[in-house]
Design a protein around this ligand. Structure first.
Ligand code: DP6
Length: 342
């Protein structure tokens, strides 16, 4: 028997992926850019065992056995086996037993599928003797698009690619975390309930019905992506922050432009947006940026010297009655201070 345990980090997109040109192969309409968080607070953990005596593939998620017929999961296994066949044919028939867990809310718009599939594929690759990160990114993409970015630390770009077979649609590291050490992320958990409309079906509805999405992809993103890469390169926080907030806002505008509309942010999310703009206005400088994925939870980007002051203001605005996860039930975000993953 061979057995291995891996952990994989969450990534937060600063330029969002929203919309596929190929739903089967999970090929996106646009490039996206993300920041990978340290695994200290939020991560997925997966243990994979392979053994010639295992009769079938089996999988447990957060302690509950799951069907292995899930098409995306099955696709990841198939893609790994295809690569194993090419390299180490002898173990290609062995079955996998897989145990995965997230230490943060699953499906609440906190990139759980990204960390989960990155971890699954990385562990499958490791136990099967596949070492190229390129392969891990390509296969993780088949589990969940955003997962292809979680295989790198620091600042990451997922190249949409142009090939119909998707062989050039994978993530690359733009810069490691050490490039810009003071960047911090505050994760504000507003709710841990499962989102009403998952990203996969939400983005499909947007592709079908939103004219704003087409405009975004064709007219807005090419320059925005180039500007974002430049801003990260020269460590220009104000530009990085403005682009991040504008892109989050446009993504949620696309969701509202989808018909019927998709609403991910709630009242607390909007109160956080107002706070960030007021804070920056009073500082006469852009010191904080927000971004929201397919859920109400916020991620704030802040430079390390400003973290304490921002947290103090958040505590004042949303006074916690006790430091427990139950706070967000009362509309008070729970703040986690996270560094970037290398
Ligand atoms: C809003 O990667 O979850 O978080 O590829 O269908 O699994 P699928 O979608 P998924 O979408 C993530 C959307 C997002 C933006 C982002 O992470 O870029």
């Amino acid at each position: 028997m061979k057995i291995i345990t891996c952990i994989a980090p969450v990534n937060i997109a600063t330029i969002k992926y929203w919309g596929k040109r190929d739903t089967e192969l999970i090929l996106p309409l646009n490039d996206s850019i993300s920041v990978t968080l340290s695994t200290d607070q939020m991560h997925s953990k997966t243990t994979v065992a392979i053994d010639p005596d295992f009769k079938s593939d089996r999988m447990w998620l957060n302690g509950k056995e799951q069907s292995v017929d899930n098409p995306r999961f099955a696709q990841c296994l198939k893609e790994i086996r295809r690569r194993v066949q090419d390299k180490h044919g002898d173990i290609a028939d062995w079955k996998f037993h897989i145990c995965s867990e997230n230490n943060f809310p699953t499906a609440a718009g906190l990139a759980s599928s990204a960390a989960g599939y990155a971890c699954l594929v990385y562990a499958l690759a490791k136990v099967s003797g596949i070492s190229e990160v390129r392969d891990v990114s390509l296969v993780a993409r088949r589990g969940s698009g955003s997962a292809c970015r979680s295989v790198w630390g620091g600042f990451v770009r997922w190249q949409a690619g142009v090939r119909p077979d998707g062989a050039d649609s994978l993530a690359e590291q733009l810069y490691p975390a050490e490039h810009w050490p003071p960047v911090r992320v505050l994760v504000l958990v507003v709710s841990d309930s499962k989102k009403k409309i998952g990203s996969t079906s939400g983005m499909q509805e947007s592709v079908k019905t939103s004219k704003l999405l087409a405009h975004r992809v064709e007219r807005v993103l090419p320059d925005r992506i180039a500007n974002m890469i430049e801003a990260i390169g020269r460590k220009d926080f104000a530009t990085f922050a403005d682009l991040t907030m504008q892109d989050s806002n446009q993504f949620h505008a696309v969701c509202l432009d989808t018909y019927p509309p998709i609403v991910y942010m709630n009242e607390v999310s909007h109160a956080i947006v107002d706070f960030v703009h007021k804070y920056n206005q009073l500082a006469n400088q852009v010191k904080v940026a927000y971004t929201f994925d397919a859920g109400p939870n916020a991620c704030l980007f802040v430079l390390e010297p400003d973290v304490a002051d921002v947290i103090a203001h958040l505590r004042h605005l949303f006074p916690p009655t006790e430091h427990s996860a139950a706070n967000y039930v009362r509309g008070i975000p729970v703040v986690q201070h996270v560094q970037l993953h290398k």
